[in-house]
Design a protein around this ligand. Structure first.
Ligand code: HEM
Length: 109
């Protein structure tokens, strides 16, 4: 009787451990690993003009600014969407604090 209980306990433990490890690997797959990769040329297609989406890349991540009114037609303070703007945002009045509100849509090659 004691042996049976021990075996059941061990089997339950094994089940819990395998459930936990498969759960965490699923979570890992949901992070930036699944974002599409852009080349500089592909990014340039998302300039926000004539109804196109407006994307900008900062420190290797591509953000969607299409729905930001301050980025109307992909233009913003003399800048144009479809480009890598890592240095420009660091020299802007708001800095990188605005990025947390933007959808991440890709990463740079
Ligand atoms: C020379 C560089 C830049 C300057 C001088 C600048 C300046 C400004 C200013 C004055 C605003 C407020 C405008 C308004 O509310 O109408 C603003 C808003 C904003 N900027 Fe920039 N910016 C620069 C670069 C960038 C870059 C590279 C990004 C990249 C994503 C960016 C993202 C945003 C966003 C998302 C807002 C809207 C914030 C909100 O509505 O809360 N900016 N910027």
């Amino acid at each position: 009787m004691k042996k049976t209980s021990l075996i059941i306990l061990l089997l339950s433990l094994l089940l819990v451990i395998s459930a936990c490890s498969s759960g965490s690997s699923n979570q890992d797959n949901n992070v930036s690993d699944e974002l599409p990769v852009f080349t500089v040329a592909q990014l340039a297609e998302y300039d926000g003009k004539d109804g196109r989406k407006a994307y900008v890349a900062i420190d290797g991540i591509v953000y969607d600014v299409s729905n930001v009114s301050a980025w109307n037609q992909g233009g913003h303070q003399g800048l144009q969407a479809g480009q890598v703007l890592s240095d420009e945002i660091k020299n802007s009045p708001h800095g990188t604090s605005v990025l947390s509100r933007l959808p991440k849509v890709g990463k740079m090659e």
